[in-house]
Design a protein around this ligand. Structure first.
Ligand SMILES: NC(=O)c1ccc[n+]([C@@H]2O[C@H](COP(=O)([O-])OP(=O)(O)OC[C@H]3O[C@@H](n4cnc5c(N)ncnc54)[C@H](OP(=O)(O)O)[C@@H]3O)[C@@H](O)[C@H]2O)c1
Length: 273
């Protein structure tokens, strides 16, 4: 039985993945803030008591470094291996928001927490022959999108800059992860088109209405949108890759990727001290 860990597994595409892998007979660890959403998820795989028995819920706010570390420690203490890690937690903020820990919320949720999971769970992923990480960070951000001297954007936050920086950082995280484990498949993935999810977040009316209208008119159902992710997890190919839906993309490459990946790791570790 595989062990599949899904952050943001209570809703949207993460929940679609959780439903699929529970029905497929895997052990699924769902991470999110809402136990009620997890319980609702279990009712959608109801009728199959075995599925519910293979589901595990870990409540955590992944915009908190402390919570992210606690979950990683829990997984290390209670699991011997992880076959697949799907990173799909999302809470969109159009404005800079400082958490109770004094950190910028979007940077922590969309990158630092993922960094802690990928680095902290490396040993459990190394325990399987064909480990895979699917990181739902839309690939293709500019190679120079990271401000290494101001990762939390104290000097001027915009949603576009923040989004581009975390997407690029998540691509560089793949370099760190696959250097550490060449057997690992590390995929940055974005949907082929809009997906009809809850779009959880604190956004302006314009973005809210656009997401609701476009999602209803043009959006894919999450169960359909995640099919390419399921294929990647079922047949992982070692190394880094980027996808939009089922379409493989060329990775964004610059001649300083390795230096940037190392610089990012140093900057994040410094921040975490
Ligand atoms: N939907 C799209 O069209 C689209 C397009 C491009 C990229 N994406 C990417 O695809 C991924 C999944 O998006 P989605 O639309 O499926 O998301 P979604 O429906 O909004 O669901 C977000 C998930 O993240 C969890 N979450 C939110 N804040 C959290 C926090 N602070 N700590 C822990 N968990 C948290 C939520 O669970 P709780 O409420 O239980 O915390 C929920 O399970 C994201 O990375 C997103 O950026 C989506």
């Amino acid at each position: 039985m595989r062990t599949i860990v899904i952050t943001g597994g209570t809703d949207g595409m993460g929940a679609a993945l959780a439903r699929h892998f529970l029905r497929a007979g895997d052990h699924v660890v769902v991470i999110g803030r809402s136990r009620a959403k997890f319980d609702a998820l279990l009712t959608t795989v109801a009728g199959d008591d075995q599925s519910a028995a293979r589901a595990e819920f870990l409540a955590a706010d992944l915009s908190s470094v402390t919570d992210s570390r606690r979950v990683v420690e829990h997984l290390r203490a209670n699991h011997e291996r992880i076959d697949a890690l799907a990173l799909a937690a999302s809470f969109i903020r159009q404005r800079r928001h400082i958490t109770a820990e004094g950190r910028e919320a979007s940077w922590v949720l969309f990158f630092v927490s993922k960094y802690l999971f990928v680095t902290g769970l490396a040993a459990l992923l190394r325990a399987v022959e064909r480990p895979v990480i699917v990181n739902t960070a839309v690939p293709g951000a500019r190679a120079d999108a990271i401000d290494f001297d101001d990762l939390e954007m104290r000097g001027g936050f915009t949603f576009a800059r923040s989004n581009a920086q975390q997407r690029r950082a998540n691509e560089l995280l793949g370099i760190l992860a696959t250097n550490e484990n060449p057997d690992l498949a590390y995929v940055t993935w974005g949907p082929a088109r809009l997906v009809r999810t809850s779009f959880a977040g604190e956004v302006g009316t314009g973005m809210k209405v656009a997401a609701a209208v476009l999602g209803t008119l043009l959006g894919q159902h999450p169960d359909t949108a995640v099919r390419p992710i399921i294929d990647i997890i079922d047949a992982p190919a070692s190394g880094r890759a980027a996808y939009r839906g089922a379409k493989k993309l060329t990775l964004t490459v610059s001649d300083h990727d390795d230096e940037d990946a190392a610089r990012l790791a140093t900057a994040v570790e410094d921040e975490l001290c």
